[in-house]
Design a protein around this ligand. Structure first.
Ligand code: XIL
Length: 302
């Protein structure tokens, strides 16, 4: 293949990127998007604060711009994210108990129903586990509604859109020996054992010098896959430059390709200047839209 999407497609995988609706009028950006990628994840437009800014008032326009662009160009859409402690609207941030639980269920039902049939995979729950060595749930208003909030979110999403794959998505879950990784693994194993609907696990894979690509990354992916879920690399970016960065991207690609149920890779933005990172050059294209060494290494590894 001569593009990321066609090369990934040779092994039945997709290659995606996060997309911002307000960049769809940037011709350089759209040119790369349409040439290289066959999956998109709205970077912010499907988050709770964006879609339901006032309780019960749903604003799908910006998310629809991305979904419509994807559909017009034959791209898949990854939905991101239905239930998350961050980027909640103010009205939800101040809620708790049964009122918040009902609001979460209504939000998931409305959004997943609205997009039914148009979403390849939904990040149903994002970042529900704490960092550090405890393996505990992250404290949040959602967690305080009861430990069953995650399974309620998944059952609600399945009922609203039986056609989408339902994913749990998190970061710092790449190292197999990390307590957070084991905690997510135990959640997925428990869900599979009890018949709670879950189809996939997303590994955000935001790597930097503090959290490099772990040596056991492939073991992590294959161990989750062995539970009977797909695994996806959902928000890949790797700080650095030159051949070192290129080698790290190639390692991530090779780990995915070595795991049959690793079904696709999404990078978290197109050009370095599109990155959410305040500084650094963590993506595959430079600020002018030129291919970096990291791009070539990624393409060659696919
Ligand atoms: C980030 C976006 O890229 C930024 O534009 C926004 O300001 C904050 O959120 N994990 C996630 C993503 O699941 O939703 C986050 O996206 C990056 C970390």
């Amino acid at each position: 293949g001569t593009t990321l999407a066609t090369a990934a497609g040779e092994t039945g995988r997709y290659f995606g990127t996060a997309v911002a609706a307000n960049k769809l009028s940037d011709s350089t950006y759209v040119g790369i998007l349409n040439r290289e990628f066959n999956s998109v994840t709205p970077e912010n437009e499907m988050k709770w604060d964006a879609i339901e800014p006032s309780q019960g008032q749903f604003t799908f326009a910006n998310a629809d711009r991305i979904v419509n662009h994807a559909r017009a160009n034959g791209m898949m859409v990854r939905g991101h994210a239905l239930a998350w402690h961050s980027q909640q609207p103010g009205w939800a941030q101040n809620m708790g108990g049964t009122a918040l639980r009902s609001a979460m269920v209504n939000h998931i039902t409305q959004v997943a129903s609205y997009y039914r049939g148009k979403i390849h995979s939904w990040d149903v729950v994002n970042e529900a586990f704490a960092d550090g060595g405890t393996g505990a749930r992250r404290d949040s208003n959602l967690q305080r509604t009861g430990n069953d909030w995650i399974e309620v979110a998944f059952r609600t999403a399945r009922a609203a859109d039986p056609t989408a794959k339902l994913c749990y998505n998190d970061y710092n879950t790449d190292d197999w020996t990390h307590a957070k990784t084991q905690a997510v693994y135990n959640l997925v194993r428990d869900f599979k054992a009890r018949g709670v609907p879950i189809d996939c696990v997303g590994f955000q894979s935001h790597f930097n010098s503090q959290s490099p690509v772990p040596a056991n990354y492939q073991t992590t992916l294959s161990s989750f896959a062995a539970l009977g879920v797909d695994v996806q690399i959902t928000e890949l970016d790797i700080e650095g430059s030159g051949q070192t960065q290129a080698d790290n991207f190639a390692r991530v690609v090779r780990a995915c390709l070595a795991v049959a149920r690793c079904t696709g890779i999404t990078v978290w933005g197109i050009r370095d200047t599109d990155s959410w990172r305040a500084s650094g050059t963590p993506l595959l294209f430079d600020g002018n839209g030129n291919k970096k060494a990291a791009y070539t290494a990624t393409l060659n590894a696919l």
